[in-house]
Ligand binder design. Structure first.
Ligand code: ADP
Length: 201
């Protein structure tokens, strides 16, 4: 399966771009969704997390309190490494399974941490959704109703704009409106169709 990775920082417009590709019939796998699935009740990862962090990381309905866990590991590198060591391989397996059922000419993997968590090994090209950091901050704050300090912290934990751009094969400039984004998706889609077709030959 010819797979393109779609990445960008928080609030850059990955979901918006993914929606454009989906509208063109592309099978898009969402790494965030895979990350949520592997910690569902009944999955072994959840028991391991509860055993390590205590039942305080569980909600009343037995689901993982993701926000609480995120806060617990944010400033604790050891716990964070443990959690990533547990979850990353499971998320990868989940992503591979979701990509394998794709019936579109090429598939896409949408992931905020495509490069950081080595999911780039699963893709042939990297498409980066890019915009100035100030605009990214504003859009992320507005969407999440979060304060800028919190969003800046998340941005600092992700690759910098420069580091991400250095890994980009393709760019989507999302500093304009949604129509601008859609217009850029069209030619990229055509290019990916060609690349996927010539890859099969
Ligand atoms: P990501 O998935 O990368 O975190 P989103 O696609 O959710 O980012 O976009 C972040 C926020 O910015 C959302 O509220 C979205 O509706 C808005 N947004 C995305 N692209 C644009 C755009 N081109 N113009 C205005 N708002 C946008």
């Amino acid at each position: 399966m010819y797979t393109v990775g779609l990445t960008g920082g928080i609030g850059s417009g990955k979901s918006a771009a993914a929606a454009c590709f989906r509208a063109l019939g592309v099978h898009v796998v969402d790494a965030d969704q895979a990350a949520r699935l592997v910690v569902q009740p009944g999955r072994p990862a959840l028991e391991k997390i509860a055993a390590r962090f205590g039942t305080e990381v569980l909600l009343e309905n037995g689901e993982l309190d993701r926000a609480r866990l995120r806060r617990l590991v944010f400033d604790d590198p050891d716990q964070r490494r443990w959690l990533e060591g547990l979850l990353h391989p499971l998320i990868r397996t989940e992503i591979i399974a979701a990509l394998q059922v794709s019936k579109s000419p090429y598939a896409m993997l949408e992931s905020p941490l495509l490069i950081e968590s080595r999911q780039d090994q699963l893709v042939r090209r990297i498409c980066v959704v890019d915009l100035p950091e100030q605009l990214q901050l504003e859009r992320a704050c507005r969407r999440d109703g979060a304060d800028p300090v919190q969003i800046r912290k998340i941005m600092a934990a992700q690759l910098s704009r420069t580091q991400r751009l250095a890994r980009a094969d393709d760019l989507l400039d999302n500093s304009g409106d949604s129509g601008d984004l859609e217009r850029q998706v069209q030619p990229l889609h055509q290019r990916y169709l060609q690349l996927a077709a010539s890859d099969k030959r």
